[in-house]
Design a protein around this ligand. Structure first.
Ligand SMILES: *Cc1c(COP(=O)(O)O)cnc(C)c1O
Length: 408
């Protein structure tokens, strides 16, 4: 086996370190080394084709190497790849900020760029906390608490990780980071003691469906209840739409399914159609105004904030939604995959929102996905839940291929 390992596997095994990976196991496996993508497909260095049933960890929207995205990136690269956003603007970032806020007229009017889902959440937490400090009289006491949900996932930077509730990811860091009150349902939110409510700055949630928590869906109407509850108490609502944003749920944003407008909307993964790292935190005029004036600056930013290449890709991705009428087919495709999966004997339960599907199986998720890979489908399990989340552009033919690759 080892003799056949190509030079990229050798270099990887010798020098690379992968995320969320037991490297001891990894070093004894033969990994797929990808080098190309075409629509819903990924192609490895040996020419083997795989259906990307995981949208490359929930990022890809319109397929790989979409010609409009390629063109937008090429044209932008030839003009300007990056310039500092500190004290300077750039044309693409201006256009994208306007476009994103345009989805929420007169409500979410401001866009703060960063690089990843985790940083989009960090920005929201820091803005919420700092806004309290400089806009609320001392009579209100300290409001530095964050209400967050059990088994939530909000990213891996220290603050975002501390808001997350997946115990196996928190080992060693549980005490660091934000002051978090953890709840598991809206009923528990509504029953929070007064002292917690009075000291809470924000409540954070993955709307409609918790991704890393094995694709667990919230009861319908829960998001609206949470919005009402938080508004009545002056607590900010932070929506983590890093996974659900950009069409996965059938609407452009999950919050639109329940006509909810948050105080902070965190976007990343699908923002660029899945081809560049870029994130945005949208917020209201009220929050924004609270940062004006001396000693009120929001001291936050990264070297690549407002990156022109990423913004060009995001603009091109949003244009494809219109050109291909992408949202119109999401619910039909999701229902089609769900119906095909329901016929399978290995399926214990299915949870689905739009084109986000979690399939609980009998047996080992890891092994199941290894077998799928041998049949030309790439995805990842979360424990023994198989994620079926293809690019929104997946064709009927490709959905049939995906279903056929699974056992009966
Ligand atoms: C992936 C994800 C994040 C973190 O995003 P990164 O880009 O990996 O930092 C946060 N929240 C949710 C819901 C996610 O799915």
């Amino acid at each position: 086996m080892k003799a056949h390992r190509n030079k990229w596997v050798m270099a990887d095994h010798a020098h690379a370190w992968h995320p969320f990976t037991d490297q001891e196991v990894w070093e004894n496996e033969d990994p797929v080394v990808l080098s190309r993508g075409e629509g819903s497909w990924l192609i490895d260095v040996e020419g083997q084709r795989y259906l990307d049933a995981n949208s490359s960890i929930w990022t890809n929207i319109h397929g790989h190497a979409h010609p409009d995205l390629v063109q937008a990136i090429q044209e932008q690269a030839a003009r300007l790849c990056h310039s500092s956003y500190l004290g300077l603007a750039n044309d693409r970032a201006s256009e994208l900020a306007e476009k994103l806020c345009g989805f929420f007229p007169r409500t979410l009017e401001r866009c703060f760029f960063s690089d990843d889902g985790s940083t989009a959440l960090e920005v929201a937490f820091k803005m919420s906390l700092q806004w309290r400090q400089q806009n609320e009289g001392s009579g209100r006491g300290e409001r530095d608490g964050i209400i967050a949900f059990e088994n939530a996932y909000h990213g891996d930077t220290l603050g975002a990780a501390s808001a997350g509730g997946v115990s196996r990811f928190l080992k060693g860091y549980a005490e660091a980071g934000l002051q978090v009150y953890r709840v598991s349902s809206f009923a528990e939110v509504a029953a929070l003691p007064q002292v917690v409510v009075e000291t809470a700055s924000a409540v954070v949630i993955e709307p409609l469906i918790q991704g890393v928590n094995q694709m667990r869906t919230w009861p319908r109407g829960m998001l609206r209840d949470l919005r009402q509850w938080s508004s009545e108490r002056g607590i900010h609502l932070i929506l983590d739409e890093v996974m659900t944003g950009f069409g996965r749920t059938g609407k452009m944003f999950a919050c639109q399914n329940e006509e909810v407008i948050p105080d902070f909307l965190c976007l990343a993964k699908g923002l660029t159609g899945g081809c560049m790292p870029l994130a945005a935190t949208l917020t209201t005029a009220e929050i924004y105004e609270g940062f004006k004036g001396a000693e009120r600056t929001f001291y936050y930013g990264h070297s690549y904030t407002g990156n022109a290449l990423g913004c060009a890709a995001a603009l091109a991705s949003l244009a494809i939604f219109e050109k291909e009428n992408t949202l119109a087919e999401v619910e039909r495709k999701g229902a089609y995959l769900e119906a095909g999966l329901r016929d399978k004997s290995f399926v214990k339960a299915i949870r689905r929102v739009g084109l986000i599907i979690g399939v609980d199986i009998e047996g080992c998720g890891q092994k199941f996905c290894q077998d799928l890979r041998a049949r030309g489908v790439l995805t990842r399990p979360i424990l023994n839940t198989i994620v079926v989340m293809p690019p929104l552009c997946i064709s009927d033919c490709e959905m049939d291929f995906l279903l056929a690759a699974m056992p009966e």
